[in-house]
Ligand binder design. Structure first.
Ligand SMILES: O=C(CO)COP(=O)(O)O
Length: 248
């Protein structure tokens, strides 16, 4: 049995006041049995870690550097994130692929850095609308995931979480149907199964892309959808917790 994971990617939305009010509101309500994680922007990681210290809500970062340390102005290393108490890091989000030249190769390097620092990488994959319409979905997600499966050891892969986020569903209000998402999740799991069947059965595959309280349950009941990576709805405590409940 895979424990469901519901993660909130806050993207570039936060202020000190918002972090306190959002997280305190979350803590004041009954926690769902699904594991919850939040991914605030870098400057608010410490604040979130402090507020959530006594809770079982984890804190992740939205990216990390490919380098260990050195003269890389503006970069944040996985070691620094671990030093703060960060448990997870998002890698290869489509917004980083689109606006910051993230590549499959850099995602592998970053994943290795994260794992070496004891941080769990949450690797994002997904096709654009044009790629889906051209029937290229499986090819695209395979190209994105395969380098990781090939270049990480089994011990490393065991710690990886994968998020399938169709680019056309992110922030658009369009959601993959449960069947569309299930099909891709099962395909991604089969890619890992080629290397190790037992590992593939244990690995978590999250769905992301306009997941909201009203569509979460139908997505989360699919056999290969192990949780959600939530953007917009994670900025509202009630909506985020409602998705967490839908994962129970
Ligand atoms: O990109 C996402 C999470 O990483 C999804 O964002 P939305 O839930 O706002 O579509």
């Amino acid at each position: 049995m895979r424990q469901k994971l519901v993660a909130g990617n806050w993207k570039m939305h936060a202020s000190q006041q918002m972090v306190t009010s959002l997280l305190e509101k979350m803590l004041s309500k009954q926690a769902p049995s699904a594991k919850l994680l939040v991914f605030p922007p870098y400057p608010y990681l410490s604040q979130a870690i402090q507020i959530l210290a006594e809770s079982n809500i984890g804190v992740g970062a939205q990216d990390c550097s490919q380098a260990e340390d050195g003269a890389y102005t503006g970069e944040v290393s996985a070691t620094m994130l671990a030093d703060l108490g960060v448990s997870h890091v998002l890698l290869g989000h489509s917004e980083r692929r689109q606006y910051h030249s993230e590549t499959d190769a850099s995602v592998v390097e970053k994943a290795k850095r994260a794992l070496a620092a004891g941080i769990i990488p949450v690797i994002c994959v997904g096709e654009t609308l044009a790629q889906r319409e051209a029937g290229e979905t499986n090819q695209v997600v395979s190209q994105q995931l395969t380098p990781l499966v090939k270049q990480l050891s089994l011990a490393q892969l065991q710690k990886v979480v994968v998020a399938y986020e169709p680019v056309w569903a992110i922030g658009t209000g369009l959601t993959a149907t449960p069947e569309q998402a299930q099909e891709v999740h099962a395909f991604l799991r089969s890619l890992v199964a080629k290397v190790d069947k037992a590992l593939a059965e244990k690995m978590l595959f999250l769905y992301g892309g306009s997941m909201k309280p009203d569509n979460a349950a139908s997505l989360l009941k699919m056999p290969d959808i192990d949780g959600g990576l939530i953007g917009g709805a994670s900025l509202d405590a009630d909506q985020f917790l409602a998705i967490g409940k839908a994962a129970e």
